[in-house]
Write a protein that binds this ligand. Structure first.
Ligand code: NAD
Length: 442
């Protein structure tokens, strides 16, 4: 099938590349010229496992093309995916300026019937706004062209984007006519191993499904973090509680890992947008407000532990930080807990020496603007040199089984604050470490 994808970020680039890899003819368009030039040279602007080789292979096969010219993209496709960003806008709502600008460009440049598929995460009712924006431009051109707007929210996770896209748990399609559903079915059939995984509904329900999914996942995280905070106060161990409740099939183990808060480009903004949508429609979403408030506070739990162990005044103290990205296997720093934690420590006078396998370039852009009390280490052990303690924020695999002898030698004091409960307390005790976790009182 002939597909265009507007926006070559985490979602758009993975979507375009995967569809191309399935044998479709795909043209990806972005208004960031530098990004498109890089992609044409095989330079991938983001880190996502497997993405680089797949882009290279499909670009070479000519299944995948890149352009800044939206007319070229539309002329060479029948289905156009909108996968531009929807950042936080006024009052917490999703800012639709990129989506609507893409829609206007479509209305200005399309030259035949098209299926316009919204993959960006957008509030209920956005498909109508997209329809209106396209139609307005067509009317201005006195064009009689027709088009269908479809909602097809994306559920891939950064860090396993290709795998998630190629083996989806489900594909959600919101459409208002059978023809549109059939086109989507034909496109996705190669990815669906069970017909029940292709779920159709009306457009508003599809738009809402994405928010409901992220709200549920964020709720699970804030729930276990709340249990962790209670555990600390009553002498229980949340690591055991997690196993105790996860073994109940009605609950399950996923998304109940205690930690120092969720981040990323989706959960924080999507929860805010859902709260705004609910309030705009006369409903106070009490669970969502609590989930958000709890998460904001959870980002400071590690800072609080550091203060309790050292002092409010952290002048003269230096801390090693392992992990900066909002989660492992990505270079994405958007809303990462590391930002709040590091700022919290630096504001109290501490110096930071940080290491992350992939996110250091993005981190440099964020922290350089703020201050210069942070430096970046060559590797995880280098980060420990002369540090008063290690603070683990992101659970990259390379931090899971470190050499505790080397760590003991490099650190000034054998202290670990672990924001992701990666280690066994008994093992660390043998090496002489003081070990602080989330949800475990010592
Ligand atoms: P991103 O910021 O990484 O990428 C967006 C891209 O769109 C950028 O390259 C930007 O230059 C381009 N763009 C913006 N306006 C444009 C226009 N008018 N024409 C052409 N290109 C334009 O965003 P992302 O993380 O890929 O997210 C995209 C959407 O998907 C968001 O709504 C997000 O909530 C949703 N989503 C993201 C994820 C994720 O894990 N990142 C997962 C599921 C859904």
């Amino acid at each position: 099938m002939k597909i265009s994808v507007i926006g070559t970020g985490y979602v758009g680039l993975v979507t375009g590349t995967c569809f191309a890899h399935m044998g479709n003819s795909v043209i990806c368009v972005d208004n960031d010229i530098e990004k498109i030039e890089k992609l044409k040279k095989g330079i991938i602007p983001i880190y996502e496992p497997e993405l680089e080789s797949l882009v290279e292979e499909n670009y070479r096969n000519k299944n995948l093309k890149f352009t800044v010219d939206i007319e070229e993209a539309l002329d060479n496709s029948d289905i156009c995916f909108i996968s531009v960003g929807t950042p936080i806008g006024e009052g917490g709502s999703a800012d639709l300026k990129y989506v609507l600008s893409a829609a206007e460009s479509i209305g200005e440049k399309m030259n035949h019937h098209m299926y316009i598929v919204n993959k960006s995460t957008v509030p209920v009712g956005t498909a109508d706004k997209v329809k209106e924006a396209i139609q307005k431009k067509l009317d201005k051109r006195k064009s009689k062209l027709t088009f269908d707007v479809i909602s097809n929210p994306e559920f891939l996770k950064e860090g396993s984007g290709i795998e998630d896209f190629m083996k989806p748990d489900r594909v959600i399609v919101g459409a208002d006519n059978k023809g549109a559903v059939e086109v989507m079915k034909e496109l996705y059939t190669p990815l669906i191993d069970d017909a029940d995984k292709f779920i159709t509904m009306n457009i508003k329900s599809a738009e809402m499904t994405k928010y409901a999914a992220n709200a549920m996942l964020a709720t699970k995280i804030s729930f276990i973090n709340e249990m962790a905070n209670i555990c600390e106060r009553v002498g229980a161990d949340v690591n055991k509680i997690r196993i105790g409740i996860g073994s109940d099939r009605r609950i399950g183990y996923s998304f109940i890992n205690p930690g120092c808060g969720y981040g990323g480009s989706c959960f924080p903004k999507d929860i805010k947008a859902l709260i705004k949508t609910a309030k705009d429609n006369g409903y106070i979403p009490k669970i969502m407000e609590s989930v958000q408030g709890l998460n904001d506070a959870q980002k400071y739990v590690l800072v609080q532990k550091v203060i309790e162990r050292f002092d409010k005044d952290l002048y003269g103290k230096s801390f090693a930080v392992w992990g900066l990205s909002f989660k492992p296997n990505t270079d994405d720093m958007r809303e990462a807990s590391s930002i709040d934690i590091i700022k919290g420590l630096i504001n109290r006078g501490a110096k930071i020496r940080a290491y992350d396998p992939k996110a250091m370039n993005n981190a440099k852009e964020i922290f350089l603007r703020e201050n210069s009390n942070i430096e970046y280490a060559e590797n995880k052990y280098d980060a420990l040199l002369e540090a008063d303690a290690l603070i683990l924020i992101t659970e990259w695999r390379e931090f899971k089984e470190p050499d505790f002898d080397i760590m003991a030698k490099y650190l000034k004091e054998k202290i670990i604050f672990d924001g992701r409960n990666q280690y066994d307390y008994e093992v660390l005790k043998k090496f002489g470490f003081e070990y602080y976790q989330i949800g475990v009182s010592i």
